[in-house]
Structures are given as structure tokens and as C-alpha cells.
Design a protein around this ligand. Structure first.
Ligand SMILES: *Cc1c(COP(=O)(O)O)cnc(C)c1O
Length: 397
């Protein structure tokens, strides 16, 4: 079976570009040019150069000895938390800003929920001296003040989305409206493997540097480039897509996709899309999403802002639907426990999103001879307040 996009952007039953006519010109320009641009040697040289000298790649692949001992197996951590801006998101925004330049765009828009993608976008716009407008729900602006300040310090304009629930989906609507009104000079940087074709494929290609590095790093350390399992958390699915990418066609390697169960899969406060979702269209893509019987999007919930998304990228919908990937759901509390365990055993404070991937170690079966690669998608500085509350028991019961 094929797990990357076909030339119309489909992954089996999922994907495609289901867009209003008014967006057609923008998306079609991107679709018809993206491969030629990113496969160009000049582009690759500049992309690779920035990943090395600006982002700090390759990120280390680290054998976590004390964690391995506890779980009686070999666990390697792919340290995306050590990238500039503290997560994997910068791999994609670097790629897209270089693409935007080659498309002759002078203005960048983005949407952000927790602000992480907004910061990664504002960062590359500052780097290139390009105007940056980030749409963010008014509620999120209040909740995520430090990231709003970061974006502003980086020279971006943060525009509040005032409609609906004033969160991520409303910010996305505002960004799409802006793009329709500014089709010529503006590029829309989407932050995950979601949205209409070619975004899921394009973002997966930019993030695939993660598994490209895992291959030679694992070979250097173990003699084989193949792990037995790869574990990654899935919000939209970009860090997981990057960690899986070069291993998709090797069925011997188990792919574990970890979703946020929030307060519990059956609690009504969850973001476990692959369990609770059904086929539908969200943000221009046919995929699994959480929806009411009449097709309205259900607000997701997770303590972790990066996993709080009502859909899942079409590649992951296909991987899970076809049985190629195994989905695991992890609650807020399980993720918090895992974050503390990682901090105490390895001296690494993971992002709350990444902590969901750690918590999966308790939920899945594996052998003592197995080699597990766990994608540590980001660092936990941004979640410190949440962690401290947990430590002091605040906000519990
Ligand atoms: C945004 C984010 C995620 C979730 O996004 P994906 O596209 O699913 O990777 C996961 N981890 C961290 C640290 C993030 O910032």
C-alpha cells in the first residue's frame, strides 16, 4: 500500500483539496509549483543550510538509559526540543518561507492556537524581512500572552479573531478570508500536515528531515537504520509524519500515533480524533474529524494546546484506518505523570504534547530486544505553569 500522497493529494480515501472556488487560484498556484521549487538544488541548498546553521540540525538522537532501564527496552529520543524556538515546527516554517520567496510573495499570514506555530512563523519572517500577520482567537490571545509578546517582539502583527468560539478554528477562518482577499502577494503558512493538497504533502516533506536523520543516526549507534517502533504524538500530525516518513513502507516497523484523550475518551472533553472522529471535510481536506451527526465541528479538549485539534491530517487518517499505524489515547493526567518521569529520569522537561508520546510506553507491548525511537517534539518551558500547578496540586479536584 502507498502511504504518501498521490498526485491529487489523496492518501487512500483521505486528503484531496475540497475548497471554495474563491480559494482555487491560490491553492492551484501552490499545487502546480511546489514540487518543482522544493526539489530544485538551489532551494535544497538554502533549506539545508538554514536547518544546519539557524535551526541547529541535526538534532541529536539520544539513548535514554534510565528510561530504557525502567521500561526494559531500548528507547532513543529524537531531540526536536533542541531546535531553535524549541520544537519541530521551525522545520516547516523555514521550508515554507523559502517557498514563498520563490513564489514572489511579500506578505505572510498564519493562524495559531497556542501560539507555537505563530512564533515559528514570526521567526522566519523576521529572518527574511517579510511582513507577517498572525490570526489568533481572542480567547487564545488572553490564554497565551507570552507567545503573543514573542510574536510582537519578532515584528509580527497579531490580529484577534472575534467570531465564534474565538479559538483556533475561528483564527483559521480569518486567515482563509484574508488569503481570498489577497491572492497575489500573500502566502498562507499552515503549521501542520492538514489543509487542502498540497499542504499535507508539502509539510510532511519539510518535516521528513527528522526520519532522514534518524536513519543515519541509528545506524551509527546500533548498526541498523531501522528501529522496531516509532512513537510520536499527533495533533495535526506533522512531527509524527516527519518521524515516520522514511519508514512508511517498511511494515516491520510499528508506527505508534499518540492522541490526546483529554479528561478521557468518553468524557466529552477529549481530542482523540481517531476514536471519536468520522469521515468528513475540515479545512479543505477529507479526513477523520470530531463532528455532530449534522456535520458541525465538535470543540476538542486537551490540556495540551498543541494536541487540541478536532481533526487529524489525512496521512494519519489513512495510516490508522488501514492498520499501518496504531493509535493510542493518553489522558491529561497520564501525560503529566510521564512528563515528570522524563524530567526525573533523563533531566529533560518535555513539552506537554511530547509527554503524551512518553505516556504511551505504559500502554503498548514491546520486547526487551526492541529498539524504540520516541520523537521528543518540543521542550516544556512553555508548559511550566501547568506542570507547577500539577506539582502543587492546584486546580485538582
Ligand atoms: C504543535 C506541536 C505538536 C502538535 O503538532 P503536530 O503537527 O501534530 O506535530 C506537538 N508537539 C509540539 C511540541 C508542538 O509544538
Amino acid at each position: 500500500m502507498r502511504f504518501t500522497a498521490d498526485d491529487r493529494g489523496f492518501y487512500g480515501d483521505f486528503g484531496g483539496a475540497f475548497i471554495p472556488e474563491m480559494l482555487y487560484a491560490n491553492v492551484e498556484e501552490l499545487r502546480s509549483r511546489y514540487l518543482e521549487i522544493i526539489e530544485d538544488q538551489d532551494f535544497q541548498n538554502e533549506f539545508r543550510g538554514l536547518l544546519k546553521d539557524y535551526v541547529g540540525r541535526p538534532s541529536p538522537l539520544y539513548l535514554a538509559k534510565r528510561l530504557s532501564q525502567k521500561y526494559q527496552t531500548s528507547i532513543y529520543l529524537k531531540r526536536e526540543d533542541l531546535n531553535h524556538t524549541g520544537a519541530h515546527k521551525i522545520n516547516n516554517t523555514i521550508g515554507q518561507i523559502l517557498l514563498a520567496q520563490r513564489l514572489g510573495k511579500s506578505r505572510i499570514i498564519a493562524e495559531t492556537g497556542a501560539g507555537q506555530h505563530g512564533v515559528a512563523t514570526a521567526t522566519v519572517c523576521a529572518l527574511m524581512g517579510i511582513q507577517c500577520i498572525v490570526y489568533m482567537g481572542e480567547v487564545d490571545i488572553a490564554r497565551q500572552a507570552p507567545n503573543v509578546s514573542r510574536m510582537q517582539m519578532l515584528g509580527a502583527e497579531v490580529r484577534p479573531a472575534l467570531s465564534g468560539s474565538r479559538t483556533l478554528k475561528d483564527a483559521t477562518n480569518e486567515a482563509i478570508r484574508d488569503w481570498i482577499n489577497n491572492p497575489v502577494d500573500t502566502h498562507y503558512i499552515i503549521g501542520s500536515v492538514v489543509g487542502p493538497h498540497p499542504y499535507p504533502d508539502m509539510v510532511a516533506r519539510f518535516q521528513s528531515v527528522i526520519s532522514e536523520e534518524i536513519r543515519w543516526q541509528l545506524k551509527e549507534q546500533t548498526g541498523s537504520e531501522d528501529p522496531d517502533l516509532i512513537i510520536a504524538c499527533v495533533g495535526g500530525g506533522s512531527n509524527a509524519a516527519g518521524a515516520y516518513y522514511h519508514y512508511l513502507d517498511n511494515d516491520n516497523i510499528r508506527l505508534i500515533a499518540v492522541e490526546a484523550a483529554g479528561l478521557g475518551v468518553d468524557s466529552g472533553e477529549s481530542a482523540a480524533t481517531s476514536v471519536l472522529g468520522s469521515k468528513g471535510i475540515i479545512h479543505g481536506s477529507r479526513t477523520l474529524l470530531m463532528q455532530t451527526p449534522d456535520g458541525q465541528i465538535i470543540e476538542p479538549y486537551s490540556l495540551s494546546a498543541g494536541l487540541d485539534y478536532p481533526g487529524i491530517g489525512p496521512m494519519h487518517a489513512h495510516l490508522i484506518d488501514s492498520g499501518r499505524a496504531e493509535a493510542v489515547s493518553i489522558t491529561d493526567d497520564e501525560a503529566l505523570e510521564a512528563a515528570f518521569e522524563c524530567a526525573k529520569l533523563e533531566g529533560i522537561i518535555p513539552a506537554l504534547e511530547s509527554a503524551h508520546a512518553f505516556a504511551a510506553l505504559e500502554k503498548i507491548e514491546y520486547g526487551s530486544d526492541d529498539i524504540i525511537v520516541l520523537n521528543l517534539s518540543g521542550r516544556g518551558d512553555k508548559d511550566l505553569e501547568t506542570y507547577i500547578k500539577h506539582l502543587t496540586g492546584d486546580g485538582k479536584d
